[in-house]
Ligand binder design. Structure first.
Ligand code: Z5A
Length: 213
């Protein structure tokens, strides 16, 4: 048993911000430095979570209420925390998670307009207080992100929302980043993939070196 708890690093951002692209570079960097890394995603990451992901992102499903959507996101998260995140962190692994609770504040709170206090209540139940050690927020103007994502073809149920929805998502992300500067690093996602990776590596290496002041 590794006595040193691992670190939880989450990646957040709007559509097409480059999280998946960054994840693979970041994982390779961490592994090169000898760390054991677990890469996962939300919603998803566990068999139950992946089933919920298919359900909640299904573009053919209409009439899903904001409340149902939020509860499904948090059900997937509760499973991920217990089945994967807590055991991995206890074993000393570093976890790279593509989205986490900040996404619920941004999408269900900002995008859908759900009360942020209700989201905080769900957070307390689902995560048992497990917070990221570092959150990399890939920030990009909405139009730019959508242009990148459109290159991929089909959209999921949430990606079909309009620009105003994604502006509200971006606003909540940036507000949360300003409120918790110790945990967040906001990266300019309009820069090249190499530049974004270099910025992310600097933030992650700082985390290795100890607590930030
Ligand atoms: N959701 C929610 O509502 N509530 C929650 O609590 C949670 C999630 C957890 C699934 O998320 C959906 O669930 C998401 C939020 C919601 N819905 N939306 N919208 P997801 O993370 O799986 O899906 P996504 O946000 O749609 O991810 P994405 O569009 O795949 O974006 P990405 O992973 O950030 O981007 P990428 O695939 O790395 O890059 C996109 C394209 O841009 C690709 O062609 C790259 O080659 C290119 N790219 C990437 N970086 C660059 C740079 N730096 N320069 C140029 N081109 C680049």
């Amino acid at each position: 048993m590794n006595p040193v708890r691992g670190k939880l690093i989450t990646l957040e951002g709007g559509e097409g911000a480059g999280k998946s692209t960054l994840l693979s570079g970041l994982r390779a960097h961490l592994e090169r430095t000898g760390l054991e890394v677990l890469e996962t995603r939300e919603p998803g990451g566990t068999p139950l979570g992946e089933a919920i992901r298919a359900l909640v992102l299904d573009a053919t499903r209409s009439g899903v209420s904001a409340q149902s959507e939020a509860l499904l996101m948090f059900a997937a998260r509760a499973q991920l925390v217990r089945e994967l995140l807590q055991p991995a962190l206890r074993a000393g692994r570093w976890v790279l998670c593509d989205r986490y609770t900040d996404a619920s504040y941004a999408y269900q709170g900002g995008g859908r307009g759900l009360d942020l206090n209700s989201i905080a209540q769900l957070e307390a139940i689902a995560t048992e207080g497990l917070k990221p050690d570092l959150t990399l927020l890939l920030d990009l103007p909405v139009a730019h992100g959508r242009e990148r994502a459109n290159g991929r073809g089909s959209s999921d149920r949430i990606e079909r929302e309009d620009d105003d929805f994604f502006e509200r998502v971006r606003h909540v992300y940036l507000t949360r980043a300003s409120a918790e500067p110790q945990r967040f690093r906001v990266l300019d996602a309009s820069r090249s993939t190499d530049e974004v990776l270099a910025l992310a590596i600097a933030a992650v290496d700082a985390l290795r070196e100890g607590p930030r002041i």
